[in-house]
Ligand binder design. Structure first.
Ligand code: ADP
Ligand code: MG
Length: 709
């Protein structure tokens, strides 16, 4: 292999990478000084995320408060903070730090704080004026993540209000919005016609090729994993030096693909030695959201001489992170998205084709430092028939339940006329309100209840929070906290690619399930948590049971953090207290029922189940469940989440009894979303209330609902 272009570069000088932003430094600082709103745009990799906060810090902007920079993705927040602290020569967590959900690496000294958009939203809940900050930089706005969109609206309102009050003018907060080149006119118009600062960039040409390995008929299958591996290996054997970036969908697909690549390149078991992925001249590196930081760092390091780097990544590598030296992109054409699926009436993780604009963005990663090539595994027909032109913003396709609760807690009562950059359809807002009402987070007038305020304190989905609070009120949080923690970290079960290892791991996992009673996925999680925690050598225990040790470490930390929040909230005089006598297994499932009663299904024909939420959707038990193949013995089940591929699958399941949800199920039918539209806007009129009261009296009895199913 030819000599590789990775000289031993000095960190601070960027000597081989003259970033486009360098020449704009003074002008940029001035533009921030002159404006309370500013849009900054430039090609990915031009230096916006890593450099601008440093410029502002060096020119004294931190005198009145911190610089906060949000990222839609946690990996980006962490790695960028690492990079910037290194460039400035500080220890991470001191002057430069990061905060992501369940991981706070900041201190009293922190003045440049990278964080996820979700974290800033939570901070606003505790401090609506963001008094600690002098500047907020919303980064990656073109991604249109739900939390970033909401922050955009909240900060716009806040800044416009404080502009009007003269007194606060001298020290008022500034907002900088950064975006890859899309939609800057729209952003400027949204932010009171503020100036747009463009960083002139340069890119190299990228040759694009359709490999015709998948077509429109493959849109619902998962053959793309196999095909990207094939193409990546072809590139490795046929193309001259240059690193490869493979775009895949999620952790499990990435691990599967890496396994196949290791195998092809004479695999070594990556459980035992994460630092030795380099075989046959190919260094295989996975990159996904919940990866541990030491492994993330390897992504940016140049490979040893004569070795080609192959990064197998989620969409995170499309714009959030720029990896130097990429010359080849292999595009699967798919992405994993969390959508609110109106057909099944549930939030679902779906693997869907990316948009054409997304595909162009992916291809562009091959042309950052020299000309490159992009191999699309799909056909032109797939491109034309299956891929939409643009990606729909998250606010228009995902569940709004959590953000609406946040808005309500911030006193934004009129959630329909909130300043959205793109408004969600009203029905999405109404579905969210209905869900909040169902789990008692808001009352009939749309006001946040005490319970709702408690719920907003937890960085968890509302259903899970509700279950946890129920357990706490019954004094049995010890069984729900581990479950909530385990559901908040990456998948803990290792499923190796090779068949003989697969058998071994499956046997160990079955054993863990049997110990937990054999037919409750939540109890399995609890069992793994408790067994691992009780072990003298937990990492060895994990290796022995084919469990991801690093995921367990995060679960332990998450459990502690959730416990700390709970301890604080329990001191509240209004914290509910209830009593219950029953077995531990029943207690666990009853608590889950109070949070997940919208996720209940009853056995239907064959191996299918039918949901109870009014949609009556047909769902299947996912093969990863301990209850898979026990369908025949089950009647009612409760599930944690839904995965849509060719079928609608439910995952993480436990059997329940109808009596436990009998009193809760009517809530699912009590109000129809459209009836909540006035709640979304204004105070409810008495007339409206009267209508609901009658509805309450004539609501369907649960027995009827169950019979119909
Ligand atoms: P933008 O935000 O405009 O897309 P960035 O500031 O993220 O640009 O990236 C600027 C440069 O810094 C890129 O060349 C990128 O490769 C490099 N870089 C960013 N993060 C790291 C890191 N953790 N390690 C090494 N290089 C990095
Ligand atoms: Mg960036």
């Amino acid at each position: 292999m030819s000599k590789r272009g990775h000289p031993n570069r000095k960190l601070d000088s960027h000597n081989d990478d003259d970033l486009p932003i360098f020449r704009q430094r003074e002008k940029l600082i001035q533009a921030v000084r002159d404006n309370s709103f500013l849009v900054v745009t430039g090609e990915t990799g031009s230096g916006k995320t890593t450099q601008l906060p440093q410029y502002l810090y060096q020119s004294g902007f931190c005198r009145h408060g911190k610089i906060g920079i949000t990222q839609p993705r946690r990996v980006a927040a962490i790695t960028v903070a690492q990079r910037v602290s290194q460039e400035l020569g500080y220890d991470l967590g001191r002057q430069v730090g990061y905060q992501v959900r369940f991981d706070d690496c900041t201190s009293q000294d922190t003045v440049i704080k990278y964080m996820t958009d979700g974290c800033l939203l939570r901070e606003i809940l505790a401090d609506p004026d963001l008094k600690q900050y002098s500047i907020i930089i919303l980064d990656e706005v073109h991604e249109r993540s739900l939390n970033t969109d909401i922050l955009l609206g909240l900060l716009k309102r806040k800044l416009l209000q404080s502009r009007e009050s003269l007194s606060s003018r001298s020290k008022s907060l500034k907002l900088v919005v950064m975006s890859a080149t899309l939609e800057t006119g729209k952003l400027s118009a949204f932010l009171a016609d503020c100036p747009v600062f463009s960083i002139p960039g340069r890119t190299f040409s990228v040759t694009e090729r359709f490999c015709n390995l998948i077509g429109p008929k493959d849109v619902e299958s998962s053959v793309y994993v196999k095909e990207v591996v094939k193409v990546a290996l072809d590139v490795h054997t046929c193309e001259p030096a240059g690193d490869i970036l493979v775009f895949l969908t999620g952790q499990s697909e990435i691990e599967k693909a890496c396994d196949m690549l290791y195998d092809k390149a004479e695999s070594i078991d990556y459980r035992y030695d994460v630092h030795d992925h380099s075989v046959e001249g190919l260094l295989i590196l996975p990159l996904y959201g919940s990866m541990p930081t030491d492994q993330q760092r390897m992504i940016f390091q140049p490979p040893p001489a004569g070795v080609r780097k192959c990064v197998v990544a989620t969409n995170i590598a499309a714009t959030s992170l720029t990896i130097r030296g990429i010359k080849y992109v292999v595009d699967s054409g798919f992405v994993k998205q969390l959508n609110h699926n109106f057909r099944v009436g549930l939030d679902t993780l779906e693997v869907v084709p990316i948009s054409k604009s997304e595909a162009q963005q992916r291809a562009g990663r091959a042309g950052r430092t020299s000309s490159g090539k992009c191999f699309r595994i799909y056909s032109r027909e797939f491109w034309e028939k299956c891929m939409p032109d643009y990606t729909i913003p998250e606010v228009q396709r995902t569940s709004l339940t959590a953000v609406i609760l946040t808005l309500k807690c911030l006193g934004v009562h009129d959630v329909i006329r909130f300043p959205y950059l793109d408004s969600p359809e009203e029905k999405y807002i109404l579905v969210a309100l209905k869900q909040l009402y169902q789990c008692d987070a808001i009352d009939r007038r749309g006001h946040v209840t005490t319970l709702g305020r408690l719920m907003a304190e937890f960085p968890l989905p509302p259903g899970l929070t509700r279950a946890l609070l129920k357990a706490a009120s019954l004094g049995c949080e010890d069984i729900l906290l581990p479950v909530a923690a385990m559901l908040s970290v990456e998948n803990i079960f290792i499923r190796p690619g090779r068949p003989e290892k697969q058998q071994e791991s499956e046997q160990k996992h079955r054993q863990l399930a049997t110990q937990a009673g054999g037919c409750n996925d939540f109890a399995v999680l609890l069992n793994v948590f408790e067994k691992c925690k009780a072990s003298d050598t937990p990492s060895a225990w994990c290796r022995d049971h084919w469990i991801h040790w690093r995921a367990m470490k995060s679960a332990f930390s998450v459990e502690k953090q959730l416990r700390d929040i709970l301890i604080r909230l329990k001191q509240h005089p209004d914290f509910p207290v209830e009593k219950f006598d029953g077995s531990r297994s029943e207690l666990l499932r009853r608590c889950l029922c109070s949070g997940y009663f919208a996720n209940v299904a009853r056995r239907s024909v064959g191996r299918t189940f039918c949901t109870m939420d009014g949609h009556g959707s047909v769902v299947h038990i996912h093969p990863s469940s301990a209850l898979f193949e026990q369908e025949a013995q089950l009647d009612w089940i409760l599930f944690h989440d839904v995965l849509v591929t060719s079928r609608v699958y439910v995952r993480t399941i436990c059997p329940i009894r109808y009596e436990w949800v009998k009193d809760l199920l009517p809530k699912l039918h009590e109000v129809e979303p459209h009836e909540l539209s006035s709640v979304a806007r204004e105070e409810v009129t008495d007339e409206e209330m009267a209508k609901w009261e009658t509805k309450e009296a004539t609501k369907r009895r649960p027995e009827e609902a169950a019979e119909e199913a």
